[in-house]
Design a protein around this ligand. Structure first.
Ligand SMILES: [Zn+2]
Ligand SMILES: [Zn+2]
Length: 266
């Protein structure tokens, strides 16, 4: 396989540019902060997270997949009769379900919510919010993913395809861009659309704790966590976490410290 990191990075930059242009051409919601300030801080965090993974993780997802393949371990490797393409599709669907469940758990367990809350404290959502996660959440997620890859026997190609889909999907559904309502209606029957995920970033608690899907929308419908629209509508819905509603909170050093602060303290 050609350098998987370069393939992932190329898709990341390509989708970021496409969604960025889409947001500029047809914005869905007026931003409350300066775009350049948010982009510098959110993308600065992405670069910092990549550095953390390089320095702190002894093994990455793709290496775990090569290990499972070479040692023929994990569920999917026990069925040599199933074609590789079907195994890839099954792996992508199961990994997407796992990411949905992981997201739900990060909302329900208080100590994990402190980490994930930083994704929600962005006062606007746009394409860069899709990659804005605390480095401890990124590292925890990587260990969970490695465990799943080994348990399921996910192939290196399948994990590369999944990571590209998940990353592209997160950037797409965080885009502050207008999707014609008819198209949104049909598209969200299969995948999470920007209007569907915007509900998840509302300051209203019951809306924050709904729509956990990142790629396929089926899981929210199946597990009754689906909420179609924000109560106040997309123009008026307030985005963020009530305790972190200042521009200063969106600075990278402040973001990194948010998990260690109580929601009621300043
Ligand atoms: Zn969330
Ligand atoms: Zn989000």
């Amino acid at each position: 396989m050609q350098n998987p990191e370069m393939i992932r990075l190329s898709f990341f930059i390509g989708v970021l540019v496409l969604c960025g242009i889409w947001e500029c051409l047809t914005p869905r919601k007026q931003l409350t902060q300066h775009k350049l300030y948010r982009w510098l801080n959110n993308l600065g965090l992405v670069a910092f997270n990549s550095l953390c993974l390089t320095l702190l993780m002894p093994i990455l997802a793709i290496e775990a997949a090569f290990y499972a393949q070479n040692h023929q371990i994990g569920l999917l490797n026990q069925f040599p009769g199933i074609a590789d393409l079907y195994k890839l599709i099954i792996a992508v669907i199961l990994l997407d379900l796992a990411i949905y469940l992981q997201h739900l758990v990060f909302h329900r367990v208080p100590v994990l919510w402190r980490l994930h809350r930083m994704h929600h404290s962005d006062q606007d959502i746009d394409v860069t919010t899709g990659s804005r996660f605390h480095p401890i959440e990124i590292i925890l997620s990587m260990w969970i993913k490695i465990g799943l890859i080994i348990a399921l026997g996910v192939s290196p190609l399948a994990i590369l395809v999944f990571e590209i889909i998940l990353n592209a999907s997160a950037m797409f559904n965080h885009s502050n861009a207008y999707l014609p309502l008819k198209l949104d209606h049909w598209l969200r029957k299969v995948v999470v659309t920007p209007d569907m995920h915007r509900v998840h970033h509302s300051v209203i608690t019951k809306e924050t704790h709904s729509n956990f899907g990142f790629f396929l929308s089926v899981w929210d419908r199946l597990f009754s966590t689906y909420r179609a629209q924000p109560e106040l509508g997309h123009d008026k819905v307030k985005i963020g976490i009530p305790a972190f509603q200042t521009a200063l909170e969106q600075r990278i050093d402040k973001m990194l410290l948010q998990p260690f602060r109580n929601e009621h303290s300043k």
